[in-house]
Ligand binder design. Structure first.
Ligand code: NAP
Length: 246
């Protein structure tokens, strides 16, 4: 029997990159998965990649909108299933030094990466507390631990995710709901492929393992946090970084 057999999981930002890998790994371990992402065509394509309607379902979901998140969770529970796993993964970057960063760029990153995670955590927690069980996994970033130049917006949001994860974990522990966070380092996805070569090379030189991570290597840690192998973990933060800035 697979670790997530019979479990229902939702992944935001699940149409590509780390979110898509998380969806695939959860499915491979027995879960029924619903993905949400901002672009319907991307969601449809990802559902096909994940094996079609038998394996996964999907819907447009902008994590800045509470109503979109509720609709996504409704879809996951449309057959009366409990919501077992919520992965708040959707994120964006708008990198610039503070001298050049606009207020709009600051607000956009806080709204998706921090408020979006709060909305997802709050909505999932309300349903999980009814069932007396559940696992919420929030995707932070190594930027939230060390602070990266050119990412005052992103580093603030990702550090905020750690604080909200720990606070929510304390509120929900006695209800059987666990909340944990993952901090990926440099992972090969469309987000990082857009990075200038100089920035990529700089980051590579900081990684003791000497290579970038692959999305499935983040997904494995998320699956561990989603299932009962991590049943006594809550409020924890897991660095998936190849040893960078340990
Ligand atoms: P990605 O390839 O850009 O995938 C993120 C997905 O989220 C995209 O499909 C994106 O759609 C979607 N999205 C953007 N805004 C959204 C919104 N408002 N509502 C719902 N979905 C939205 O990024 P990734 O590299 O897989 O990153 C996934 C998560 O890991 C993010 O939280 C990121 O900050 C974090 N992370 C990544 C790395 C890394 O090295 N890749 C490192 C640390 C942390 P669009 O493409 O249309 O924008």
């Amino acid at each position: 029997m697979a670790m997530l057999d019979g479990r229902t999981a939702v992944v935001t930002g699940g149409a590509q990159g780390i979110g898509l890998a998380i969806a695939r790994t959860l499915i491979d371990n027995g879960a029924r998965v619903v993905i949400g992402d901002i672009d319907q065509a991307a969601v449809d394509k990802a559902v096909v990649e994940l094996g079609g309607a038998d394996a996964a379902r999907g819907a447009t979901c902008d994590v800045r909108r509470a109503a979109d998140i509720e609709a996504l969770l409704d879809l996951a529970q449309s057959d009366g299933a409990a919501l077992d796993v919520m992965v708040n993964n959707a994120g964006i970057t708008r990198d610039a030094t503070m001298r050049r960063m606009s207020e709009d760029e600051f607000d956009a990153v806080i709204e998706v990466n921090l408020k979006g995670v709060w909305l997802g955590t709050r909505a999932a927690a309300a349903r999980m507390r009814e069932a007396g069980r559940g696992s919420i996994v929030n995707i932070s970033s190594l930027s939230g631990k060390v602070g990266m130049a050119g990412q005052t917006n992103y580093s603030a949001a990702k550090a905020g995710v750690v604080g909200l994860t720990k606070a929510a974990a304390k509120e929900l522990a006695h209800l059987g709901v666990r909340v944990n966070a993952v901090q990926p380092g440099l992972i090969r996805t469309p987000m990082t492929e857009a990075m200038p070569q100089k920035a990529w090379d700089q980051k590579m030189s900081e990684i003791p393992m000497g290579r970038p991570g692959e999305p499935h290597e983040v997904a494995g840690v998320v699956a561990f946090l989603a299932c009962d192998w991590s049943s006594y973990l809550t409020g924890t933060v897991h660095e998936v970084t190849g040893g960078r800035f340990m």
